[in-house]
Ligand binder design. Structure first.
Ligand code: ZN
Length: 270
């Protein structure tokens, strides 16, 4: 399994620092926090980014993320498509395989069927628009109760119904736990449709109270990571595993330190 480092783990470090930290800690892959990429490109070129990656011997995994892609007004849909197009151009140049897409909050009164229909329709539209592009999109469910797609089971059903090569999903262990996804739902997933696994742990709080800031290094919290990775092994998942923590306490530490401790803790599980 290839190991990745996600720029959300070090929100105060810039793109260059993230790449260097990932390299020094020994990761194979890096997930770019999109806004760090855009900030870097305001005074550098994509050739500069290529140079950083080459020197670091780290390969790009994903650009993350385009948020709230469903239940949008027509003008918002245009903005979403423009953003995906912009990231897709960057990703193609860098040979970065994935762009991460995130579902919207559930509108008042929207049923599960409404969420399913809307998500499938939007993802098919994106799939059609970007079918000539080498980049694929990964739909990441969020385990918060306000999110329209909050379990792996829902995400698997949606991606299955979309049924396109360029559309898959992300299983994030924090969202898996917070949203109450079942271990059995992993067995129902097609391993080829899980483009990336995000690994992290969680503080011991009632699930409904969990926020991104409660994420921890793998093994320091209450998520049943051994069971999750045992199920992933059962379905022969051998794709990338990338550490993603949004913990402000970690953001205050040097990026190298977070990256190094991150890879040590991931290796206990994969
Ligand atoms: Zn994630």
């Amino acid at each position: 399994m290839k190991l990745g480092f996600n720029g959300a783990s070090t929100m105060r470090a810039d793109l260059r620092e993230d790449i260097r930290a990932a390299s020094e800690a020994g990761y194979d892959l890096i997930e770019f926090w999109a806004k760090k990429m855009i900030a870097y490109l305001s005074s550098h070129t994509l050739e500069d980014v290529k140079g950083l990656l080459k020197k670091a011997k780290v390969k790009p995994l994903a650009i993350t993320s385009v948020e709230f892609i469903t239940f949008n007004a027509s003008w918002e849909k245009i903005n979403t498509m423009n953003l995906i197009r912009r990231y897709a151009k960057i990703a193609e140049t860098l040979k970065c395989p994935y762009i991460v897409l995130v579902p919207s909050p559930r509108p008042n009164g929207a049923s599960d069927q409404d969420v399913f229909t809307e998500s499938v329709t939007v993802l098919k539209g994106i799939s059609d628009k970007f079918k000539g592009v080498t980049v694929e999109v990964a739909f990441e469910f969020l385990g918060f109760d306000w999110c329209s797609v909050s379990t792996l089971e829902q995400d698997v059903e949606i991606v299955k119904a979309v049924n396109r090569d360029n559309v898959g999903l992300i299983l994030d262990t924090f969202h898996f736990y917070a949203g109450g996804s079942t271990l059995d739902s992993i067995k129902k997933a097609d391993k080829r449709k899980i483009f990336v696994v995000h690994i992290n742990d969680s503080e011991n709080l009632p699930k409904r109270e969990l926020q991104d800031c409660h994420r921890l290094y793998p093994g320091e919290g209450v998520i049943p990571l051994r069971e999750i990775f045992a199920r992933l092994k059962e379905i022969q998942y051998d794709g990338p595993v990338s550490i993603e923590m949004f913990r402000p306490e970690y953001w205050r530490l040097p990026a190298e330190e977070v990256a190094r401790k991150g890879i040590e803790t991931i290796k206990k599980f994969v």
